[in-house]
Design a protein around this ligand. Structure first.
Ligand code: PHE
Length: 470
């Protein structure tokens, strides 16, 4: 939402470079307000990193072979964004565009944590860590270590909380807990609990902290959400609303010229003049397009550093993680180079399903990206077997992997600013008649919400200007 209505002004022409989520959102909002937009997209499809792969798709890669996606009917893999936090504007667009959403399971105690060669259930890792932390704090309290900080009443209240937090015993010790789960769950008999926890040392040495705190932050806290049937529903609906005829794919812009009364955008075999331009390319690619916006703009565009990121989708003919491990959605965290395994949050008990066999960044993503698709799969399976055993290699039907730094016209998972400085703020404002937009210009990098918020910011500024122009 937001009122961008023209209020009596003549419709201005806007050329938008890049039909990713930022470009599409800008065109959508401007279109609602009556502007005449044209989107120029270098790739052969709109959507940018919002990419959902299905059977029949073909994924090309820079310096690598193309992959044919062989997934069966109804199976999909979100190769780019996969989860949306409840507070994100992305959900407002889903609602407005009539895109059904469902829960994305980000935190699942039944999923696993794999560190130092050991695999345990997330719930057990959490129970042990909370248990020992609670025990230590309770003991410190009881020997008077907190006397200077809090009074006796509050110490009692603290102990009362710690008992619950850690599931402590009568003497405020952590002796394990049925929170860790069972080998055989209670039913007619009391079941078989998972054997008592390791020592405090073992629990600390396992280093499960990162895994069990992932959902503490505002960006990753449960519940998260996803569009039913694939993230690209957002692209499909935005495209429909914008009008397919306004989107020109395969157009590789090679020059942007600010004029006194407009902007000229040129590509191999054509050019277009408009009143304004919104450039939404990744900054490191935009920096390479000749323009007359000045050296400070080029320098600013060169400041953010691309971050490598990759994923593999593994399609299985049997959802063994549900059938055997009772893992319905969620994420297994590892200290291996695969970093994460994601289990599908939908399609439970279906015949097939796709696991995300790795989702990694930086060095790990570069390592996998440099491999052939077959070697990526082989390596992902080798790592996954360490966690799930031999079944990880069985019933595998097909796979497809993406290395975002090897995607033409994208070349990165996202970017990292060495510091949020004057380069960032310079590009948040127009340079002449050229505006910039993208997740990379927000504090929501690597989120569609960033792309959308940025687009809305650019559109707001542009429209204010149109209203004020004589
Ligand atoms: N949005 C991406 C994800 O959820 C990348 C990201 C991860 C961004 C963690 C911020 C924090 O995986």
């Amino acid at each position: 939402p937001g009122d961008f209505s023209l209020r009596g002004k003549a419709a201005a022409k806007v050329v938008i470079i890049g039909a990713g989520v930022a470009g599409l959102t800008a065109a959508y909002e401007l279109g609602k307000a009556g502007y005449d937009c044209t989107l120029l997209e270098a790739r052969d499809r709109a959507g940018g990193r919002n990419l959902t792969l299905r059977g029949g798709d073909r994924l090309a890669e820079l310096n690598g072979p193309a992959q044919d996606v062989k997934f069966g009917e109804g199976v999909y893999f979100n190769a780019g964004p996969g989860r949306i936090a409840p507070w994100m504007v992305t959900l407002d667009y889903c609602r407005e565009l009539g895109i059904p959403i469902e829960t994305f399971i980000n935190n699942n105690g039944q999923a696993l944590v794999h560190t130092n060669g050991q695999t345990i259930r997330a719930r057990a890792a959490r129970a042990d860590m909370y248990g020992y932390v609670a025990e230590l704090l309770a003991k410190a309290t009881n020997v008077g270590a907190l006397d200077k900080q809090i009074g006796k009443d509050d110490q009692e209240r603290l102990l009362e909380f710690l008992r619950r937090f850690g599931d402590l015993g009568p003497k405020l010790g952590y002796e394990g807990s049925d929170r860790r789960g069972f080998i055989k769950y209670p039913a007619l008999d009391g079941g078989t609990p998972i054997p008592a926890p390791g020592t405090l040392h073992a629990v600390l040495a396992a280093g499960t902290g990162r895994s069990i705190t992932n959902d503490f932050g505002y960006e990753q806290s449960t519940p998260m959400l996803q569009p039913v049937g694939g993230m690209d529903a957002i692209v499909t609906k935005l495209k429909e609303a914008v009008g397919e005829d306004r989107i020109r794919t395969g157009v590789k812009v090679n020059k942007i010229t600010n004029l006194a009364d407009g902007v000229e955008v040129t590509w191999d075999g054509g050019s277009l003049k408009a009143d304004y331009c919104i450039a939404t390319l990744p900054p490191h690619l935009l920096a390479k397009i000749p323009h007359n916006l000045g050296d400070p703009v080029t320098a600013a565009l060169e400041t953010p550093i691309p971050v490598a990121s990759g994923k593999i989708g593994l399609e299985y003919g049997r959802r063994w993680w549900e059938l055997e491990d009772r893992i319905y959605g969620g994420v297994t965290e590892t200290d291996l180079d695969i970093t994460h395994i994601w289990y599908p949050s939908a399609g439970f008990h279906a015949e097939r399903g796709v696991l995300v066999g790795y989702y990694n960044t930086d060095k790990n993503a570069e390592l996998y990206g440099a491999l052939t698709p077959e070697d990526r799969r082989r390596r992902a399976l080798t790592q996954g077997r360490k966690i799930h055993g031999d079944k990880y290699g069985k019933d595998l039907l097909s796979s497809v992997s993406i290395s975002w730094d090897r995607q033409e016209h994208i070349q990165g998972g996202w970017v990292r600013w060495p510091a949020i400085d004057s380069s960032f703020t310079l590009l948040q404002r127009p340079s002449g008649r050229v505006y910039f937009a993208g997740d990379w210009l927000t504090y929501l990098i690597a989120w569609q919400a960033g792309a959308m918020e940025s687009a809305r910011g650019a559109v707001t500024q542009l429209h204010q200007r149109v209203l004020q122009s004589p």
